[in-house]
Design a protein around this ligand. Structure first.
Ligand SMILES: [Zn+2]
Ligand SMILES: [Zn+2]
Length: 273
């Protein structure tokens, strides 16, 4: 099995070195691990959200060194790139400048506010819950249409705030899925929601049912920010994906997507955030 969404201490809100994630992945029997560290963005005020651009080579080197040191597992070089309109040129340049296996496009910011950062949660009242959901899905459509990404990260992330919308957002979700479909992207099935406030995966089961009907492929990741979170929640998530009908998940090499069989995950890994 695979885990295609791992971070590390480099992002400043994670723990552990790249090699510790790799060793955990090997111990848990994974065949592939994909690192998707947050993209550095010079000029963005986000001191705990990502590495400095000066540290980027450290990340790249750690991954390539780990590839040599651990030939028993496939290590994929990825990045989680924010869709942030003011910084699109920088993101485009960095994404185009490295031999990535895969690029996850995520929306963490709406109109300058990182709603995914619990420390900035207090902006919610002023911003408005319904507006957050509306803007989020508008930005997801733009991100999917941007031609920059292979995978859309943790769709339905606004539920991380713990507050559900007061309005019916099904049309927004549908438009987002249509954008993912028309751009032939995959969805990041992300187990971190199980460990956090929403207590369910991203995206929610009903969204995945619709994605399956649209034949949108899925990737699978823990969004681990600690080595012990690798493959966390995979038992219930894989069961759920199979019950929806998903029998395969995406893997990527040099941004070329193929599908592998989704195997049942035997072991419960309870990893507290
Ligand atoms: Zn993170
Ligand atoms: Zn993310």
């Amino acid at each position: 099995m695979i885990d295609y969404h791992a971070h590390s201490r480099l992002c400043r809100h994670g723990e552990g070195e790249i090699y510790e994630y790799v060793e955990t992945a090997i111990a848990r029997g994974l065949s592939e691990i994909g690192f998707a560290e947050h993209i550095p963005i010079p000029g963005l005020d986000d001191p705990t959200g990502r590495m400095d651009i000066e540290e980027w080579d450290l990340y790249v080197n750690d991954i390539f060194r780990a590839r040599e040191k651990y030939p028993e597992i496939t290590i994929r070089f990825g990045v989680e790139a924010d869709y942030l309109p003011p910084f699109l040129d920088h993101v485009t340049k960095l994404v185009g400048g490295y031999p990535f296996d895969f690029v996850i496009g995520s929306v963490h910011f709406v109109d300058g506010w990182d709603f995914s950062n619990p420390a900035l949660r207090h902006h919610l009242d002023e911003f408005g819950v319904d507006r957050l959901y509306r803007r989020y899905y508008e930005l997801i459509v733009e991100a999917a249409d941007a031609g920059l990404f292979d995978v859309i990260g943790h769709l339905d992330l606004p539920k991380k705030t713990g507050v559900r919308p007061g309005i019916d957002i099904s049309q927004y979700v549908e438009e987002a899925l249509q954008a993912v479909k028309r751009n032939d992207l995959a969805l990041d099935v992300n187990t971190s929601g199980l460990r956090k406030e929403p207590k369910e995966i991203y995206p929610a089961e009903e969204i995945l049912q619709r994605a399956f009907a649209l034949q949108i492929p899925v990737s699978l990741g823990s969004d681990a920010h600690k080595p012990r979170e690798i493959a966390a929640g995979f038992d219930v998530t894989i069961d759920m994906l199979q019950s929806i009908g998903y029998n395969r998940v995406c893997v990527f090499e040099k941004r070329r997507r193929t599908l592998i069989t989704l195997e049942a995950w035997p072991e419960k890994i309870a990893s507290k955030a």
